[in-house]
Design a protein around this ligand. Structure first.
Ligand code: FES
Ligand code: FES
Length: 158
């Protein structure tokens, strides 16, 4: 299998890596950079557990060949907090108890962050529609939607 050098920025830090041509970005993040926040759920872009940000927009990393990510500016779930301060979305998920088993949570929080990057003033319908690619088997979504709407208000108030 041929190897390729790629340079990616992950949570603000430039990383230079050798990757195989068939390696997926999710596996490189988890296994080579030990960023295990993004989860392997389905592997076929159905569940959203592997969601990361590329330039602030949501991407399912289980579908991206690592070689195709050369030059990307990536944020993983580990990069959402500012040092010890949680992002508004992270804090709102906690405050609204929008977490049960937690498996979907990193992807859900990343996707919600992308949502608010794109639309800082969403309504409930927008949030529900945007998050339709992120599956949660536990919460029923109500608390998550409330958390995203609340995070939008907190960002506006800042
Ligand atoms: S693991 Fe990527 S969408 Fe499910
Ligand atoms: S909290 Fe369990 S899958 Fe969402």
């Amino acid at each position: 299998m041929s190897m390729h050098e790629i340079t990616i920025k992950v949570n603000g830090k430039p990383r230079r890596l050798a990757v195989k041509s068939n390696e997926l970005l999710l596996n490189v993040l988890r296994d080579k950079l030990f960023m295990t926040g993004a989860k392997y759920g389905c592997g076929i872009a159905e569940c959203g557990a592997c969601t990361i940000l590329k330039d602030g927009k949501s991407v399912m990393s289980c579908l991206v060949p690592a070689v195709a990510a050369d030059g990307w500016d990536i944020t993983t779930p580990e990069g959402l907090a500012d040092g010890g301060t949680l992002s508004h979305v992270q804090q709102a998920f906690i405050d609204h108890a929008a977490i049960q088993c937690g498996f979907c949570t990193p992807g859900m929080v990343v996707a919600s962050t992308a949502l608010l990057n794109e639309n800082p003033d969403p309504d409930e319908e927008y949030v529900r529609d945007y998050l339709r690619g992120n599956y949660c088997r536990c919460t029923g979504y109500v608390a998550m939607v409330s958390a995203v709407l609340d995070a939008a208000q907190r960002m506006k108030a800042e």
